[in-house]
Ligand binder design. Sequence first.
Ligand SMILES: Cc1cc2nc3c(=O)[nH]c(=O)nc-3n(C[C@H](O)[C@H](O)[C@H](O)COP(=O)(O)OP(=O)(O)OC[C@H]3O[C@@H](n4cnc5c(N)ncnc54)[C@H](O)[C@@H]3O)c2cc1C
Length: 404
Amino acid sequence: MQQQRTQAPAGRDPAEVFSGLSAEERGVLDAADRFARQELYPLARRMDDEEWWPPDAMALIGRNGFVGVTTPSRYGGAGMDLFASALVAQAFSRWNHALSLSWVAHENLCLNNILRNASDEQKARYVPGLANGTLTGALGLTEPGAGSDALGSMRTTARRDGDHYVLDGTKIYITNGPVADVLLVYAKTTPDKGAQGISAFIVEKDFPGFRVAQKLVKMGFRGSQTGELVFDGCRVPAANLVGEEDRGVRVVMSGLDLERAMVSPVCLGIAERALQLSLEYARTRRQFGQPIANFQMVQSKLADMYVWVEAMRVFTYQALRACNDLEEGGGGRGEIHKITAASVMFAANTLNRVLDEAVQIHGGAGYIWESEINRLYRAIKLLEIGAGTTEVRKIIISSEMLRG
Ligand SMILES: Cc1cc2nc3c(=O)[nH]c(=O)nc-3n(C[C@H](O)[C@H](O)[C@H](O)COP(=O)(O)OP(=O)(O)OC[C@H]3O[C@@H](n4cnc5c(N)ncnc54)[C@H](O)[C@@H]3O)c2cc1C
């Protein structure tokens, strides 16, 4: 009886039962893990030390088949679902979380958003390059005066001028901003209408009037390039308006739900690596004549970390499965809005606890900048700030629950 209960149901791979992944999904995770360990992990230290961006990072990832995961095959992509792309993010985050963040900005915030909202003509122009990594993408929503209130306080404007729009304003904290070729940018076409007067545009880095004002230096995710972008009479062809004028809020809101769902596997991948490093350290570090893994207080931390990581996995995958079922044009409200905010809030807050214990297990070695666990520890805060802060996530969850 006991034996039977611990066995996988007939015909199912035990790994599938315990991880909740199908054999095909397991294959995606393992392939991305192998690639990231071999190719991305060796870049991580220099990226963190020097805020260095490997010049052909996205092309390297593309050549190995890990860009354009959700892109249909007619545009050169793999034609898989959002869940598969989240597994890539999870695997990349174990070995190089800075590149993983940049990859999510490229793959999800920019490319997936264009796939879901752009016209066939726009997709034909931009998707093939983005989907093979020869072009790097970014998304520009946040502004110096518009963070949590990104829509209401947005000051960037887009004025129609013949067959162009003229964009004026500043975007800040934009991941990939300093290295992006193609940017999905939000601006107000009818400022009097507030959030209902926002439109989305595809901007190329060489459009006149666009410039990178500065690259920002960060405490964590340091190799991922973050910048301030200026639109100074930037002329964007009217053909680059994504969707209809003044209908950008729908594009933003559905995109934000998927972005939150995609940040959870970043948290999960970092947490898995932190637990692995802590186990290795606990086994090898000796004090009082024995490995510190022999001490029950260290064992208690390891047990807590294991439980937290597994709980992150379940919630992360649950929210992603719900996103896979999201209908065209859905998101930005209702159950999906609530569960994606809840999953990323739980994942980020729990990662905080995992990393706190991981550094504690490493003792002084964990406090040293150049140790890997320290690099992971410095990543925590962004995951409680970007894609909507913890407070904004709570507002979303509670307002969805309280909606009459
Ligand atoms: C490294 C990095 C990368 C980023 N990448 C991108 C990107 O690629 N594209 C992009 O568009 N943006 C990006 N962002 C921006 C990110 O989404 C914002 O930083 C985030 O939404 C918070 O906005 P803010 O920093 O202006 O904080 P603020 O909105 O000023 O918030 C400050 C504090 O006030 C709290 N607060 C605000 N309003 C409320 C409220 N109503 N109730 C309770 N508390 C509240 C917040 O929770 C927070 O604690 C990035 C940010 C960073 C740091």
